[in-house]
Design a protein around this ligand. Structure first.
Ligand SMILES: *Cc1c(COP(=O)(O)O)cnc(C)c1O
Length: 452
């Protein structure tokens, strides 16, 4: 499997457990759970077998959705903290892990260039975005929220939850928010917040935040950045010029979401929301004065919508950021650059392939391409067939349904239906680049199998 050094992993965990025990030696001993080892071994064995029924997410030949194994130190830290099982809802429930959460979140805020911040971890990007939109609504109760048609579907759902109007702004033929259309809509008034996606989930492109910040200065509205998937790429030194310009403006926005459980090497259950103005904390707890929330003594339970939350997530994230600090030119940034390199290699291969058409130049580490065919329906069938053929050869892909506006180079006659199914690949693992020849060989063999 993926863990090349199981002994090292287990010895680190043992080291941690022994250290942890040292802190509690002055308590009278208590017995652990009593259970049958044999019975437990049978159950665990059964579980392991049931887990065979998964795609091998840990393997570089899995290049479908945004899945990868959490890094070793995150797993060890998470598991170690299970002996305490802290709850970061209330300080009482997770004294140490609350402090670690504040430290880890402050490092993320610093990565984005926020001078001040209020923020915390969440169980994921959905809840993190919900909180950001809920604050947006509290600040502008009557106003509309705007989002591009390439944004994550969670925004429309969450706006329904908080009962707030949301409108969709069209994107251009590279899948980023059309700034002219945005400005036209803003001029008509009543816009409270614009959601900007840095790293769209389908195409991996970045809305032009630099231009949207300029509109904010002119018209006045809030900006929420949803970078659940793409946020960490701000550490990369290899972004293309336009994308870099967008990322360089993150420091000027009102709120940000990033998912440590996507590109941050964490187990699921770790999202993060940040606000640049700490005074928004007042919306979480009505009877507290504003100053309370900018003090160092703020209490996580009073600035989160969720109550119980895994303190283990904070322990894992903190430990990971100690080993891989969130700095440019660091080891973590190099992992992200590897992903960009993998996407570029794949895109270059697609471009020279006679049967494939690249949808857009990859900006982050997602690549979409369609199979050349006389019509959109045949192209879609072929994508499905390649998906299945590749799977039989242990290469795991994803599919993405695209609007025809993204493929302006196809002639009118091609469009016997409005949409086309593309193959989508997320090269989110840092070893995807080293495996690219292997990946393209399997792709090529899968495409060669298509009946013409
Ligand atoms: C993944 C994703 C979400 C949803 O986050 P979860 O952690 O899956 O809840 C929201 N927005 C974007 C851009 C995403 O990529």
């Amino acid at each position: 499997m993926y863990y090349t050094d199981q002994d090292k992993f287990i010895s680190l965990l043992e080291h941690g457990v022994n250290k942890l025990k040292e802190g509690f030696t002055d308590l009278p001993e208590v017995k652990g759970n009593v259970y049958s080892h044999d019975k437990a071994a049978t159950i665990i064995g059964q579980l392991a077998e049931k887990m065979h029924e998964n795609y091998p997410y840990f393997h570089p030949q899995y290049a479908g959705q945004m899945l990868k194994p959490p890094t070793d130190i995150a797993q060890i830290a998470y598991y170690l903290s299970m002996f305490i099982n802290p709850n970061n809802h209330a300080l009482d429930g997770g004294i140490a892990s609350s402090q670690l959460e504040k430290e880890a979140v402050a490092e993320i805020a610093a990565m984005f260039g926020f001078d001040t911040h209020l923020g915390h971890l969440t169980s994921g990007g959905t809840i993190a975005n919900l909180e950001a939109l809920w604050i947006a609504r509290n600040l502008h109760p009557e106003k509309t929220i705007l989002v591009s048609d390439q944004a994550h579907y969670t925004h429309e759902r969450m706006c329904a939850v908080i009962n707030t109007p949301i409108e969709v702004v069209p994107s251009d033929n590279t899948g980023v928010m059309d700034v002219n259309a945005l400005e036209e809509r803003i001029k008509r008034g009543d816009i409270g917040t614009v959601i900007v996606t840095l790293g769209t989930t389908g195409l991996g492109n970045a809305d032009p935040l630099d231009k949207i910040v300029a509109l904010k200065e002119q018209y006045g509205f809030r900006i929420h950045v949803d970078s659940a998937y793409g946020g960490y790429f701000t550490l990369s030194s290899k972004l293309d010029e336009n994308v870099r310009a967008a990322y360089d403006h993150i420091k000027n926005v009102d709120s940000i979401v990033v998912d440590p459980h996507k590109h941050g090497l964490q187990p699921y259950g770790c999202g993060c929301v940040l606000f640049s103005d700490p005074s928004v904390g007042k919306f979480y707890k009505h009877d507290s004065p504003y100053t309370y929330f900018s003090s160092e003594q703020m209490h996580l339970g009073e600035i989160t919508l969720e109550c119980s939350r895994a303190g283990a997530s904070a322990c894992a994230l903190w430990a990971t950021q100690q080993l891989y600090p969130l700095v440019k030119q660091g080891e973590f940034a190099a992992m992200l650059d590897n992903c960009l390199e993998a996407a570029q290699k794949l895109a270059d291969w697609v471009k020279q392939h006679p049967k494939l058409k690249l949808v857009i130049e990859p900006k982050l580490d997602i690549v979409n391409f369609v199979i050349d065919a006389p019509s959109a329906s045949v192209s879609s069938q072929h994508a499905q067939a390649v998906f299945e053929m590749a799977e039989s050869k242990h290469l795991y892909l994803a599919l993405n349904t695209l609007n025809k506006s993204l493929m302006p180079e196809f002639e009118k006659g091609y469009w016997d239906q409005d949409k086309v199914i593309a193959i989508r690949m997320c090269l989110i693992k840092s070893d995807h680049s080293a495996w690219m020849d292997n990946i393209t060989d399997i792709l090529d063999a899968s495409i060669a199998n298509l009946s013409t």
